[in-house]
Design a protein around this ligand. Structure first.
Ligand code: DAK
Length: 258
């Protein structure tokens, strides 16, 4: 399917979605976010896809929600139209793993989009920020919530209140990104991680994603119980027997997602 604001490539079980509004540093408008939700939904349905990567350009993952589009809207427009809610929901519904490969600016909605992914691999040029305060507004898609859970209150308050950017090194130290790599190696590194994930049983992979996401939402005792019950349920799968047999027989497992 052809899109206007994103490029989609499926290869070797990996669906790579590249945000593609170069003239606006990949600013997120409704059309782009709708296309992204549609492409991710298609990837979820496609049995060939086992991992998804969202990336942007070298200069910008995404420089935020589209300020020009938002500047024309009133309170009634955004509140009654529920701006960005269906688009965010479409991304958060995806059960397959999503890696954000971030180079350059990931600001405002761009930083929030990266945080909606399961983990972030950053290039050494990446810059994260929630500069909405400079526009007389505030974050609206997780910038005060997911960021606080990821980096803690002090850094989240600092970034949200001052609008300052965090470079890749600080983002890794703070726990916002899982690894930092040279800019030229970003896609190789993300693809390498996606390939590793694609080799596993999709049952384990999807259960792990669900369990880790519960850690944000449930008290520890409930989350640990949820994890334990998921673990128990895996003993009903062929992939559990295969994975353990392969270890004992000193060979690579052949997972069949069953
Ligand atoms: N929106 C629209 N256009 C943008 C843009 C943005 N966020 N960021 C950059 N551009 C455009 C610029 O206007 C410029 O276009 P032309 O003027 O050439 O037509 C082009 O991209 C290149 O940008 P610059 O010339 O500014 O490039 P520089 O290298 O000089 O600067 C920069 C790069 C990233 C530092 C700068 O562009 C910048 O500060 N951009 C704005 C960053 C920002 O404030 N981002 C936060 C946006 S507010 C919601 C959920 C979420 C949100 C809202 C609601 N709900 C659930 C309701 C999110 C809000 C935001 O993200």
């Amino acid at each position: 399917m052809a899109y206007d604001s994103i490029l989609v490539d499926i290869d070797n079980h990996i669906c790579t979605v590249r945000l593609n509004r170069p003239d606006a540093l990949n600013a997120l408008n409704i059309d782009l976010l709708r296309e992204l939700g549609k492409a991710l939904g298609e990837a979820q349905k496609n049995d060939k896809v086992r991992c998804i990567i969202i990336t942007g350009s070298e200069k910008a993952f995404a420089a935020g929600a589209d300020i020009k589009m938002m500047s024309e809207k009133s309170f009634t427009d955004v509140f009654m139209g529920d701006l960005f809610t269906p688009e965010e929901d479409a991304i958060m519904r995806i059960r397959k793993p999503i890696i954000a490969a971030v180079s350059g600016y990931a600001l405002g909605g761009g930083c929030e989009l990266a945080m909606m992914c399961d983990f972030i691999i950053a290039s050494d040029t990446a810059k994260f920020g929630q500069p909405e305060v400079n526009l007389g507004v505030m974050a609206g898609m997780g910038g005060t919530q997911r960021l606080t859970r990821l980096v803690g209150r002090a850094k989240s308050m600092d970034m949200n209140l001052t609008g300052r950017f965090m470079d890749a090194e600080e983002a890794e130290r703070a726990g916002l990104v899982s690894r930092v790599v040279p800019c030229k190696k970003l896609i190789d590194e993300a693809t390498g991680a996606a390939k590793k994930i694609a080799e596993k049983s999709m049952i384990s992979v999807m259960a792990i994603k669900e369990a880790v996401h519960r850690s944000d939402q449930l008290p520890l005792s409930e989350a640990v119980l949820f994890e334990r019950r998921l673990f128990h349920s895996m003993f009903a799968t062929e992939d559990q027997s295969e994975g353990m047999a392969a270890f004992i027989e000193k060979r690579e497992p052949q997972f069949r997602d069953k």
